[in-house]
Write a protein that binds this ligand. Sequence first.
Ligand code: AVJ
Length: 318
Amino acid sequence: MSASVSSNLAPIETSGIVEDVLCGLTASRKTLPAKLFYDEEGARLFEQICTLDEYYLTRTELSILRASVREIGERVGGRAALVEYGSGAGIKVRLLLDALLHPAAYVPIDISHEQLARVSSELAGDYPNVAIRPLCADYTQPLSLPHIPEHDRRLAFFPGSTIGNFHPAEAAAFLRRIRRVVGPGGMLLLGVDRRKDAATLNAAYDDRDGVTAAFNLNVLRRINRELGADFDLSRFRHKAFFNESAGRVEMHLQATVAHQVDVAGTPVAFARGETIWTESSYKYDRDQLTTVTTAAGFAIERLWTDADDRFWVVLLVA
Ligand code: AVJ
């Protein structure tokens, strides 16, 4: 790793997942937190999802960013410190680093340790004048940011519509925490997926090549490996659908037969057809966007969309 990348890269303790897993699987309605998807294999599968025809989100957001970064750069101004929540493969941020005037620092925050280390050292090589300060963390938990060199404004970047993983009340609370991190006058560039027809959404989360199914099922493989559980993946199937009344896509793992699984010594019984709810992806309309961002203390400075109005990139000011 390059010398200019300093450290907060220690992997998150994997034993930390045991409470989350047991709490979710012993509830009357079984759930698992979506952050568990992103082990090394899960991060790789998600990168593959982003290239699928059906998964319009990533390419649409990238096209909006390409068309708007110049204006974003002007509005943000020089010497900004950029903090990204869920930096993933580190592709989108390059557009921002290229468009911002003398960015001072970049703090990528991600839960996937291997990917974060690799992306940080690549960026340090390509952007020698930007202080790259990775933080391996679960950003849904309280964070202390690494030391950032002197800068003018803070710009948080939360792309991909990952805001959709939060239930609406939690989304507002999370954005409020980002607001505290960027401080008065700070900004947030947010990617939001719009509510749209069920057919498009169902296809995006249940692709014909089965990549999303593999991504969903991988969480069971991870639990087997890290907690010594004995999930039989052939007894579960991927289920994803747009829940119209709740305004969200839900992903589940559905037991195809009644059976029992041992999870770190705790027996977990499944009825035939019972599901583990593994993810929600809320889709927003304009009113919901205004409600959530206003509740968090942000004002919408500018909003960009694509030609088909599928996705929004929103610049917010604290
Ligand atoms: C990374 C959370 C934005 O909800 O669309 C992709 C994850 N899940 N396919 C999303 C995901 C199934 C994705 N986010």
